[in-house]
Design a binder for this molecule. Structure first.
Ligand code: ZN
Length: 251
């Protein structure tokens, strides 16, 4: 089975469309959450996401926008964007967002793989460092966990008492590129396909990945998109300017 992995789209329609145009052939799409928040095209991104299939986990921004959690924990920029998004969404899209499942979620036929937004231990937890990865790697019943939330493309692998972390290396800053990452058999992995709509690893290009369960290869992708259009929409919507400028910096 070939699984297209999309995460943290954050209402960035231009980035999502660029990823879909660049994506290789796939059987199913798994969306790892934070479909909305920050960007200026929430309804369009939800509608595209709904058409792509049925596999989702909810993200913290998805929960905040539909009132499942208090936005008091959000920083002022995120809280403002969350409120704005709530006001923009159609009632149908808001209802759909509210119905998204909490991770971990599995796909029938992929027994050793699970999907979460933050960590398998806690859907809202950030797995950024090797230290953060210890508990989820030890606790995960599945061999491979796909996660998002940090907006950082890469993986952690537990081998004996060592954890190896990897971030794919790319050669350019503005072209479509991919990086192949074969998974070793029977070792636990946490794999983040990167953020479609708001990367934070210093690379502005949209990130996603494809997992082939037959070959056990993850292919990481980075794809340039119409940044100016995404930024203009944010500014035209009167969302905080910082949400537009950070897209260019990939932070
Ligand atoms: Zn996010």
């Amino acid at each position: 089975m070939r699984v297209l992995l999309l995460s943290d789209i954050h209402s960035n329609l231009e980035a999502l469309d660029a990823c879909l145009a660049a994506a290789p052939a796939y059987d199913v799409v798994f969306n790892l959450g934070d479909i909305v928040g920050y960007g200026a095209s929430p309804n369009e991104v939800i509608e595209r996401s709904r058409r792509l299939g049925k596999f989702f986990v909810r993200g913290n921004h998805d929960k905040a926008v539909c009132g499942l959690v208090d936005i008091a924990d959000f920083n002022p920029v995120a809280a403002l964007a969350s409120q704005w998004t709530h006001d923009q969404l159609t009632s149908d899209n808001l209802e759909w967002l509210r119905s998204l499942p909490q991770g971990p979620v599995q796909i029938e036929g992929l027994t050793d793989v699970q999907f979460v937004h933050g960590s398998p231990v806690n859907e809202d937890e950030y797995v950024v460092t090797v230290g953060d990865a210890v508990e989820p790697l030890m606790a995960a019943p599945a061999v491979v966990t796909f996660f998002g939330h940090t907006h950082l493309q890469g993986s952690f692998m537990l081998n004996g008492d060592h954890i190896n972390s990897l971030h794919p290396a790319y050669r350019t800053v503005g072209q479509i590129e991919s990086s192949e990452f074969p998974l070793k058999k029977n070792l636990p992995y946490l794999v983040n396909p990167g953020s479609v709509g708001q990367p934070r690893d210093g690379d502005w290009r949209a990130g996603f990945a494809l997992y082939d369960s037959d070959t056990r290869i993850v292919e990481f992708y980075r794809v340039p998109y119409n940044l100016k259009s995404a930024q203009d929409r944010i500014l035209a919507a009167d969302l905080p300017q910082r949400l537009a400028t950070r897209l260019a910096a990939g932070r």
